[in-house]
Design a protein around this ligand. Sequence first.
Ligand code: ADP
Ligand code: TYD
Length: 205
Amino acid sequence: MRGKFITLEGIDGAGKSTHLAWFADLFRQRGIAVHVTREPGGTGLGEKLRQLLLDPENPMHAETEVMLMFAARREHLDQVIEPALAKGEWVVCDRFTDATFAYQGGGRGVDWARLTQLEEWTQRGLQPDLTLLFNLAPEIGRQRARGARSADRFEQEQDDFYRRVREAYLRRAREDPSRIRVIDASQSIAHIQQQLTDIAGALCR
Ligand code: ADP
Ligand code: TYD
């Protein structure tokens, strides 16, 4: 049977990394093989593109950014995600195309319809079975992320940018409410874990 494809989304500092491995383990405990991966990245080429994309020394046009994100994604789908799902493995991915709509669409102002065309071209109809959107005010995300390590090219953006990113994520959630579950990321880690346990249980039923 084909595996399930689950993605985690949210602004920087919303808590994705905190919950990713723990969430994947919920499925492993049920005997499901899980492949954990991330975007941009997840393949040799994709990780090289990630370095270019995140490097503060590497400014680029917003549409260049879009195309590099989708280039990395095409490779990721072809090399990693599709083969794993076909084998029956589940794939848990730290960010996917909702991040392109949020950061490049909302944050940078790239046309939504253009992104939709690239999404269709790259994914040929494939969508995650479930997306967890960690919803958090940018001010809190920034406080949480502060001091973690030196800021990458996106983390150097101001709160205004992140407000637009957050709004674009919520627009995606409104457009596809059956796929995208919005999690209130301002709750305690324990509360969020309880919700994730319930969501995982429902998905395995
Ligand atoms: P992301 O991967 O979304 O950028 P992280 O998981 O790295 O975010 O979390 C950023 C920081 O916030 C970490 O130091 C983490 O321990 C902390 N954190 C994550 N979730 C919560 C939470 N619900 N409450 C308080 N602190 C949190
Ligand atoms: P992220 O995965 O959050 O890594 P870390 O937690 O180590 O900082 O960082 C990736 C950055 O790339 C993040 O700021 C969001 C950005 N991004 C986009 O702008 N568009 C995309 O399509 C994707 C997948 C990520």
